[in-house]
Unconditional design. Structure first.
Ligand code: PLP
Length: 427
């Protein structure tokens, strides 16, 4: 394939934008190549500036569950634009989307809209701290909750008690308040909570970890967190920015039947426009300004274009058999890829929950960050480039989730499996 225009644009972009991209994962650094510049997208396909066509499994990193440019979403947004792009004042659209979210996710009694997943999680932990009067938070190694200071922390080697910042610029004093436990390991959580008795405000977790590849929760893990939080007066936050409306209309909490105190959302509820949301028990949410004292605000929060895209998207997700259909497509492609790897004598560890899946380049099971990090990332990088050249657009990292949309046809999925079979044979 000819990528010359993308190569040219990337050189230009690097002059004006740090690293040439507005979000680091877009740079394709971990797979040893340069990013494609995208011109447009439609259904399951995206097209780059050189005119190459790809079957897309990134879906803008999760939002595009309907595929790109669903005609109903596009036409609703187009007519919303005619009414004005932003007012900084309440609109009826915000009530509509809030009600839809509350109906979909029963643990959410009240909800506030923001403009990104990062803002949602950042605000949720502030509220949990305000509600409990405690400063510490607990997260899991390998779980990503956006890039706010308190959450940009994973396990420090050895001393598990105090977090170590993942990035320069995150003060050590902030990181100290973030405890890091091991995903799928309840004991690691119990130990930290016991060592920090009455100091932990919240446990924030991706109920299906989707930012270290796709790592499902083990039986009893989420239930154990629920029980521990109830006993210790800790606010349990499910970060469903990725899994919300993705694995079921009511998210992972519907799928597993475990009820958090608070939930963060993003990605799909914006239908491709910038939206995040956080919600939960009335008792907690009513502490938010202006009904309570915990401050949180946003010039573009509840933006009418974004609300419109969200409302139209959620309406379409309610159509009969939507999630069953998506489940079948996803099972087909994920198992097809795993089988292709096996046939080529290149075993992978395949994981999937609904339309989230991952091919881990590992012979061993992956259930936490350490087992994910043991994958053969060099082989993955080669696989990624082979797939790209075959017209399959995957996320440019071993530690990302692949997303199937309702727009992917059986033919698209067969092409993907055939490309994977060829790629595994040449690894
Ligand atoms: C994407 C993501 C975020 C961050 O959302 P942004 O909109 O990128 O700020 C937070 N949590 C999870 C689980 C995510 O997948």
């Amino acid at each position: 394939m000819d990528y010359s225009r993308s190569v040219h644009f990337f050189q230009e972009a690097q002059k004006f934008i740090p690293g040439g991209v507005n979000s680091p994962v877009r740079a394709f650094k971990s797979v040893g190549t340069d990013p494609l510049f995208i011109k447009n997208a439609s259904g399951p396909r995206i097209y780059d500036v050189d005119g190459n066509e790809f079957i897309d499994y990134v879906g803008s990193w999760g939002p595009m569950i309907l595929g790109h440019c669903h005609p109903k979403v596009i036409s609703a947004v187009k007519s919303a634009v005619d009414n004005g792009c932003s007012f900084g004042a309440p609109t009826e659209l915000e009530i509509t989307l809030a009600e839809m979210v509350i109906k979909a996710v029963p643990s959410i009694e009240m909800v506030r809209m923001v403009s990104s997943g990062t803002e949602a999680t950042m605000s949720a932990i502030r509220l949990a701290r305000g509600f409990t009067g405690r400063d510490k938070i607990l997260k899991f190694s390998g779980c990503y909750h956006g890039h706010s200071d308190s959450l940009l922390v994973k396990a420090g080697s050895g001393a598990a008690t105090f977090g170590v910042p993942d990035s320069p610029g995150v003060p050590q004093d902030f990181a100290k308040l973030t405890l890091t436990a091991t995903y799928n390991d309840l004991e690691s959580v119990q130990t930290l909570v016991a060592e920090n008795k009455n100091e932990v405000s919240c446990i924030i977790v991706e109920p299906i970890a989707g930012n270290m590849g796709t790592v499902p929760p083990k039986d009893g893990f989420l239930e154990g967190l629920r029980k521990l939080c109830a006993e210790e007066g800790i606010v349990l936050i499910f970060d469903e920015v990725m899994s919300g409306f993705r694995v079921a209309y009511g998210g992972a909490q519907e799928l597993y039947g475990v009820t958090p105190d608070m939930t963060t959302l993003g990605k799909i509820i914006g239908g491709g426009l910038p939206v995040g949301a956080f919600g939960g028990k009335k008792e907690i949410m009513s502490l938010l300004s202006p009904s309570g004292g915990v401050y949180q605000a946003g010039t573009l929060s509840g933006n009418p274009l974004a609300m419109t895209a969200g409302i139209e998207t959620l309406k379409l997700l309610q159509s009969e058999g939507f999630y069953q259909n998506l489940e079948e497509k996803s099972a087909y492609v994920a198992s097809g890829i795993a089988q292709a790897a096996k046939d080529a004598g290149f075993p992978i560890y395949s994981t999937r929950v609904g339309s989230m899946f991952c091919a881990f380049f590992s012979k061993e099971p992956v259930y936490d960050w350490t087992s994910a990090a043991a994958c053969d990332t060099k082989a993955f990088a080669k696989y990624f480039r082979l797939m790209l050249d075959a017209g399959i657009y995957l996320a440019p990292s071993q530690f990302e989730t692949a997303f199937v949309s309702i727009a992917h046809s059986t033919d698209d999925l067969d092409k993907t499996i055939a490309a994977a079979a060829k790629a595994f044979k040449s690894l």
